[in-house]
Ligand binder design. Structure first.
Ligand code: ZN
Length: 122
């Protein structure tokens, strides 16, 4: 799961695509993943819960990202399945968050202490 987060940060859509469960891969094209990864700047990851059994795992996490002048939070409880010796993303339940518009003179939400216009908006 952390490796998928890193792949989003690095905009490695092939990896994200390949770590979908076999049954889900066709519905999530590399092109669509790339379009999202291109727009979003990920700035943080919080893992609230991680439970693993023989071949399933549950991860409750929140990923913070900036997108088009908005501070967004993707919070999800995700189900992973073990396939061919690899953890793959099956599906998840989203917890809705409201996107917050960032003012150009506001502090950047990434924690840099710089103004947004001089940091991620630049
Ligand atoms: Zn920033």
């Amino acid at each position: 799961m952390r490796s998928r987060y890193s792949a989003y940060c690095e905009k490695n859509s092939e990896y994200i695509h390949n770590t979908y469960a076999n049954s889900k891969r066709a519905a999530n094209s590399v092109r669509e993943i790339a379009a999202f990864a291109e727009l979003a700047d990920f700035i943080g990851l919080t893992v609230y819960r991680f439970e693993e059994s023989d071949n399933t795992a549950i991860v409750h996490f929140k990923a913070d990202y900036l997108c088009d002048g908005y501070y967004c939070q993707l919070e999800e409880t995700s189900n992973f399945t073990l396939e061919d010796g690899e953890w793959r993303y099956l599906d998840g339940t989203l917890t809705p968050h409201t996107e917050q518009k960032i003012g150009r003179n506001d502090k950047c939400p990434c924690g840099s202490e710089k103004k947004f216009k001089k940091c991620h908006a630049a």
